[in-house]
Design a protein around this ligand. Sequence first.
Ligand code: CTP
Ligand code: ZN
Length: 156
Amino acid sequence: MKRELIVRKIEHGTVIDHIPAGNALNVLRILGIRGNEGFRVAVVMNVESRKLGRKDIVKIEGRELASEEVSIIALIAPTATINIIRNYEVVYKERVKLPDIIEGIVRCSNPNCITNQPKEGARPKFRVVSRDPLLLQCTYCERYTTKEDILKQFRR
Ligand code: CTP
Ligand code: ZN
C-alpha cells in the first residue's frame, strides 16, 4: 500500500529531515525563522522514521540554507539531513556535522568569561565534550554550556 505524505513535496527550497522528534521548533528558533518572513514553512512533528523511530521535518519553500546555517543546526539536531530542492528534485543532500571545536556562534554561559567582555575582543571557543546530550566546554574559562543555554541565546 502506498503511504501518503503528510505534507506535499516542495518545488524549491530546503528540507531539513531526520530531526530528532520534538526539535522542529528548536531548529526554526536557531535559524531565526519566526513565520512572519513571508516564505512558506511546513513543520511536521513526530512522524515515523525507519532510522530514528520518530522524527520531525521542516520544509522551507523558496529559501536555500547556507552552509554556516547548516552547521548551527548540528548543535540541536545532530542526526538531521539537509536537502536542497530545485524543480522538485533533491539536488544536494548533506548530513549535518558537529565539529569538535565550535567557534563564534554560541556564547559562553559564564557571564564573567573573557569572551563575554566586549572590550577584550575574545571570540567564544568551545570543545564539544558530548554530542548527546550536547555539552560544550569553554576553552577560556572551562565552564560548561548546554543545549538549554544555547536555546536561550536564540530567543524570539
Ligand atoms: N522532499 C520534498 N520535496 C521534494 C523532494 C523531497 O519535500 N520536491 C522531501 C522528502 O519528502 C524527504 C526529503 O525531502 O522528506 C528527502 O527526500 P528524498 O531524498 O527523496 O527522500 P529519502 O531518500 O527518503 O531521504 P533519506 O535517504 O535522506 O532518508
Ligand atoms: Zn567561558
